[in-house]
Design a protein. Structure first.
Length: 526
């Protein structure tokens, strides 16, 4: 595990040294030719990925400034799902450029003001260069662009199709809740064995051997209550003085469990998903009624089942009625790899679905899950905001060019910070070129020349051919929302770090050797 620790002393001296290290380490993962990182923790567990948010989240980082960059990546990942590497690299480059301005005796607050102006202007520029498109072909191109360069690239066409279908299936009035798309990963098989389940898969098995393993035209009861004899709220003691009394007690318990099973069967349910426990005797009675049953189903899965089947979660079994039941064409237990899964599929207009991902090894299937999450996220981003822009560094070059022109119209020293922001934007196409083994200087010159011509704003770097081409015509598209979030988060983090001139040990940081009163001394930052 890579470890990044605090510097010597409690002065916040040149935090950009930390950021430069972080940026240079992350830059090699950017783009279709980006490399992967192997992260190894103290237990020897391995994660292999080039996903920016995952790398920063898994790294053992102790430096407070570096932690802010981790927050940038997490924010971008939570908001739009992709662009995490771009945001981290951009934040590092902004701080590098800021250090150069600080060396010229330009105050940090002036740089911060210039960066804010540049970030606001960049958002306006994005509005100008973004192209409106909301057809399925565009959605697919956006997903393919995201999947290119990841481990799942070999099946990007197939996966992109699945991502688009999944998002369109759960979309409601232009809004997409990604929690409605469940990613279920299982080792074994190949990437092409991955499939969309028009319903939900539950990682549980049927609780009793006497129950059916497959039910067609299922009526599904969703219960958030234990199918057991209820325990009293207060401590109670029952005195039994004869074998007859013991038998009566056991008979009464059996009667209660039989009544619970009969009530479930009386509702017309043929399948039962219970969020809590089910008594062994109750399982026996449910099996007699031919009800396929799973217990201790996760709350998140129960909520997805309501959206997929149209059923309602019931907390009191005595109130269960036919109107509370969900419906599905097939509910079946199947063995996938070494595990049993219950498939609830062929639902009518399900608003929650599952993508079952398959891969040869644990690491392959985990990377496939991260890739699919990114693909679904960018498609959802375009559904919410149907504006896209050319990829391959075209957007960043367009912003850099226009920001440089805008800087000349701004008076004072802030224009130097705006120009620095514009130069920092070029780190993205520069990194793409470096990772493809191309000369970054030549590529930047070619891109500037292309963007200087009329209609050249969609030209970016094709890392496979090494040429500067029209990315829009070649189908390399990125959501405007992703670019906006990356720029916004990176600039805000850079400004926040710039405004800090000292680290002061807080009381929570004090250890046994700290001074009385809780404040730690400089030695706490060794």
């Amino acid at each position: 595990m890579v470890t990044l620790t605090r510097g010597k002393g409690n002065r916040f001296h040149k935090p950009t040294e930390v950021m430069k290290w972080l940026k240079s380490d992350k830059r090699t993962t950017l783009g279709p030719k980006g490399m992967d990182k192997m992260l190894v923790d103290s237990l020897g567990d391995v994660v292999i990925t080039n996903d920016g948010a995952t790398i920063l989240d898994e790294m053992d980082i102790a430096h407070p400034a570096a932690k802010m960059i981790v927050e940038v990546a997490k924010t971008v990942d939570d908001e739009v799902g992709d662009g995490t590497t771009t945001a981290a690299i951009l934040a590092g480059e902004l701080l590098k450029k800021a250090e150069e301005l600080l060396d010229q005796k330009i105050h940090a607050t002036v740089i911060a003001k210039g960066y804010r102006l540049a970030a606001d202007k960049a958002e306006d520029i994005l509005d100008e260069i973004a192209i409106k498109a909301d057809d399925e072909e565009t959605f697919k191109k956006v997903a393919i662009t995201t999947l290119t360069g990841k481990g799942a690239e070999v099946g990007r066409e197939y996966l992109a199709d699945m991502a688009v279908k999944a998002v369109k299936a759960v979309e409601q009035d232009g809004k997409v809740d990604l929690d409605d798309i469940k990613l279920e990963k299982k080792e074994g098989g190949s990437l092409e064995d991955s499939e969309i389940v028009e319903g939900i898969t539950i990682d549980k098995e049927v609780v009793h051997a006497g129950m059916p393993k497959k039910v067609e035209n299922a009526k599904i009861a969703l219960i958030n209550a234990a199918v057991e004899v209820e325990k009293t709220e207060t401590d109670a003691k029952i005195n039994i003085s004869s074998p007859e009394q013991l038998q009566m007690f056991l008979d009464q318990e059996e009667k209660i469990l039989k009544e619970l099973a009969d009530k479930i069967a009386a509702s017309g349910a043929t399948v039962l998903f219970c969020q809590k426990g089910i008594d062994d005797l109750a399982q026996h009675y449910l099996a007699k009624h031919g009800i396929l049953t799973a217990r201790r189903v996760k709350k998140s899965d129960m909520e997805k089942l309501t959206k997929a089947t149209g059923g309602k979660i019931v907390t009191n079994i005595s109130e269960l009625s036919e109107s509370d039941l969900g419906k599905a064409g097939i509910v079946e237990e199947r063995k996938i790899a070494k595990d049993e899964l219950i498939f609830v599929e062929k639902c009518d207009n399900p608003k929650a679905i599952t993508i079952l991902l398959r891969g040869g090894t644990k690491h392959v299937v985990e990377d496939l899950e991260r890739s699919m999450h990114d693909a679904i996220s960018v498609v959802a981003a375009v559904v919410k905001d149907p504006r896209v822009m050319a990829g391959g560094g075209a957007g960043e070059m367009g912003i850099a060019k226009r920001l440089a022109e805008y800087a000349d119209s701004v008076g004072g020293r802030e224009q130097l910070a705006i120009k620095a922001f514009a130069e920092a934007m070029e780190i993205i196409p520069r990194s793409l070129a470096e990772n493809a083994g191309l000369d970054p200087v030549d590529i930047i010159v070619k891109l500037r020349t292309a963007h200087g011509k009329k209609g050249g704003e969609t030209y970016g770097l094709d890392v496979f051919s090494g040429d500067v081409i029209d990315m829009y015509k070649n189908g390399v598209l990125e959501p405007r929302k992703v670019k906006e979030q990356a720029i916004k988060s990176a600039s805000e983090a850079a400004v926040m770090i710039l405004r800090i001139d000292d680290i002061i040990a807080a009381s929570e940081l004090s250890g046994p050797g700290g001074p009385p009163g809780g404040g730690g001394g400089p030695e706490d930052f060794d």
